[in-house]
Design a protein around this ligand. Structure first.
Ligand code: AMP
Length: 392
């Protein structure tokens, strides 16, 4: 790591502004999955043990037009307070005179959580005035939000224009160290598995990856576009006609490395309890949808994974939210869990949730808290939230 971390700065008696990734699912007014909050605890505890007071900030969801109670941070503050075993005061805004006063009045050991930074459009536009207001709240800036380091927003990058020292938190450090080593200098054979819904936003990554992996296994909705590019009829399956040409080109260029499903579980409707059956990929009935990979595909994927020394997995193999179509995703998690001597990296989002649900989280080398960020790192793109931190 060529960036300073919390261990390189003196935080005693200081107000520390921490960008955390508390973008967690909320259901019925409560946090439905607190893994991202848990992941930030080592940094928060470290800072408190070293005499700091904490001003925490994060975005939550995608509020479109200013403050929206559905995206308020109150449930997060409540869960964080339970996990930390101490009060966490949630403020009603993230900037302004009242927030400034609350920050000034903080005593060492105390924690406040600012309201959703995306309640101000200036967060995403990385507005210098807004960044300066956020920055004025603290004396040290810590970025521990790996999930948003690929975005140059006010709370991830802009604040560092006027607030130094600006250093990495322990989660960010762990993510970068694990992913840098495994993905930028992978021990071969390096096998990648991609799934999920959309291919169009990942096509450049796929192309970029193909030159570096021994093979790339493709499942989920994105496989349908490749199947269609081979001239197969995918019925009413999700697929993106506008990228079939690019998919066909990749198939021609990387015939041996691109591994596609040979069978699939199809459903009559896009519904959890729909009628379903396993068919070969060239036998999808008219009007039906491919919603998971089939058993023969699982076997073939497992064979290609067996010799791997490094594995990167991003995206579910099917609509795993419906138990009937979760078998492929769970099977891949099991195959990864059983690989001996391989570094297994799960790149955030749905695949991380699936691994967790299958109870296999402790069998993986690293489960990233950032899907998008890990993909951009894998693509060797510059991460603005990291670039903005103090060099070591
Ligand atoms: P992404 O956000 O691109 O990672 O996609 C994740 C979503 O892809 C999940 O919600 C899955 O339900 C969905 N998905 C995976 N496989 C399929 C499929 N065969 N058809 C439709 N959606 C799918």
């Amino acid at each position: 790591m060529n960036k300073k971390t919390v261990k390189d700065v003196d935080v005693s008696g200081k107000r520390v502004l921490v960008r955390v990734d508390f973008n967690v699912p909320i259901a019925q007014g409560a946090v439905a999955d607190d893994r991202k909050i848990q992941a930030a605890l080592p940094t928060l505890r470290y800072l408190l043990e070293h005499g700091a007071s904490l001003i925490l900030m994060s975005h939550l969801g995608r509020p479109q037009k200013g403050p929206d109670p559905r995206f308020a941070m109150d449930p997060v503050a409540e869960r964080l307070s339970q996990l930390m075993g101490q009060p966490v005061r949630k403020l009603d805004d993230c900037v302004g005179p009242e927030v400034e006063k609350a920050a000034r009045d903080l005593q060492p050991g105390q924690v406040i959580l600012l309201e959703n930074t995306r309640f101000h459009k200036e967060e995403k536009s990385n507005d210098p005035g807004f960044s300066k207001q956020l920055a004025s709240l603290g004396e040290v800036f810590v970025n521990d939000a790996f999930g948003t380091v690929h975005r140059a927003h006010a709370s991830t990058a802009g604040v560092t224009d006027t607030l130094r020292p600006a250093v990495a938190g322990l989660l960010l450090q762990k993510e970068l160290e694990s992913l840098d080593q495994a993905l930028l200098h992978p021990v071969q054979p390096f096998v990648a598995i991609m799934g999920g819904a959309k291919i169009s936003d990942k096509i450049t990554l796929i192309e970029n990856l193909l030159s570096r992996v021994s093979c790339l296994l493709i499942g989920g909705g994105m496989a349908n576009t490749f199947l269609a590019a081979q001239g197969l009829d995918v019925g009413s399956s999700l697929m993106e006609a506008e990228v079939t040409d690019v998919a066909a080109e990749l198939l021609a260029r990387y015939r041996d490395q691109l591994v596609l499903p040979v069978d699939c579980r199809v459903g009559a409707e896009f519904q959890a309890d729909t009628e379903s059956k396993v068919v070969a990929v060239d036998e999808v009935p008219a009007g039906w949808r491919i919603l998971d990979i089939g058993p023969e595909t699982i076997e073939r994927f497992a064979e290609r994974l067996a010799p791997a020394r490094t594995v990167f997995w991003n995206g579910p193999m099917g609509v795993f939210e419906f138990p009937r179509f979760a078998q492929g995703t769970v099977a891949i998690a099991q195959v990864l869990a059983g690989l001996e001597g391989a570094t297994t990296i799960v790149g955030g989002g749905d695949s991380a949730a699936a691994v967790q649900q299958a109870g296999l989280a402790d069998k993986m080398s690293h489960i990233s808290t950032g899907g998008g960020a890990s993909l951009e790192l894998l693509e060797r793109k510059k991460l603005p939230g990291v670039a903005a931190l103090d060099p070591r």
